[in-house]
Ligand binder design. Structure first.
Ligand code: F3S
Length: 102
């Protein structure tokens, strides 16, 4: 089952995750990233790289997070692949602190 980028990525976009992905399955817009469910090989390498714990295996999604599986599957194919780390969004560290993940 594929991995999923959930709510916490929004307004953070740290992009540490993409450097761990062996199959370049991350796609992004200006606010966040999404995983292409058809490309993900479920290696799990991205999970510990995310500073805000945004990535989960789809069977680990809570009821509130389940919508993200479909959002990732729908959005990823139409967006550019992100392969290299980029600067986080300006409010990323503040959001990380607000989430209690510093
Ligand atoms: Fe988003 Fe975390 Fe990657 S914030 S861009 S899922 S490292």
């Amino acid at each position: 089952m594929p991995h999923v980028v959930t709510e916490n990525c929004q307004d953070c976009r740290f992009t540490d995750c993409v450097t761990a992905c062996p199959v370049a399955c991350f796609h992004g817009d200006g606010e966040r990233l999404y995983i292409d469910a058809k490309a993900c090989i479920d290696c799990g390498a991205c999970i510990p790289r995310c500073p805000v714990r945004a990535i989960k295996e789809d069977f680990d999604l809570s009821a509130d997070e389940e919508e993200w599986a479909q959002i990732n599957a729908l959005r990823a194919p139409g967006l550019p692949v992100v392969r290299a780390k980029e600067a986080p969004l300006p409010g990323a560290e503040g959001r990380r602190a607000a989430l209690g993940l510093n």
